[in-house]
Design a protein around this ligand. Sequence first.
Ligand code: ADP
Ligand code: MG
Length: 214
Amino acid sequence: MQFSDFSLDKRLLETVEHMGFTSPTPIQEQALPVALAGKDLMASSKTGSGKTLAFLLPAMQRIISKKALTKRDPRALILLPTRELAQQVYNQLRLLVANTQYKAVSILGGENFNDQAKALARDPHFIVATPGRIADHLSQKHLYLNGLELLILDEADRMLDLGFADQLKQINEAADHKRRQTLMFSATLDHDNIDDIAQTLLNSPAHVAIGESH
Ligand code: ADP
Ligand code: MG
């Protein structure tokens, strides 16, 4: 299978080609059709299997092909457990948005709060963030998620390990509307609380699990 077999915008296919990729990895091959169809998804596959593009490509495609629900709210919010992981995802997202008119920012714990408030006031389309910091900005009304079209949780198991369940629920409630799509990615599904958070955040999700060894 090739990336060009999916209905992806020409600019996205160009960027993927520039990244040096021709064929999707197994998780990309399984997750892309589901996510591109607008369905909620709970996906697992091991580290290094290419999960990042499995959610960034459908997120970009949806934002490119659909009209925004609101004028100023972010359209996609991608949450990760740590600064380092968020930075890696942000770097890939920057390559994808560079070929379009869309703006992306990263909002990470440990960085200047006021600078982040200013960046949020410039109405980015995409936000890559750690949950605690984004919850703080929500509480301070530096952003609203009424227009959020995509909520993406990457490394969901580790976010739960780090005690972010309450922040995830707060973010979920701020973006609680029928037209939202939620994608949840994880290295494993054998975490005590993962079903609970999936029940709360996902709406009749499709399940994709690659290489489960049991
Ligand atoms: P995961 O999130 O599952 O740990 P990543 O998304 O970080 O995996 O990807 C792991 C590595 O594989 C990265 O270096 C990425 O650039 C590369 N990669 C992603 N998709 C492909 C692909 N379709 N073909 C070849 N390499 C890929
Ligand atoms: Mg990853």
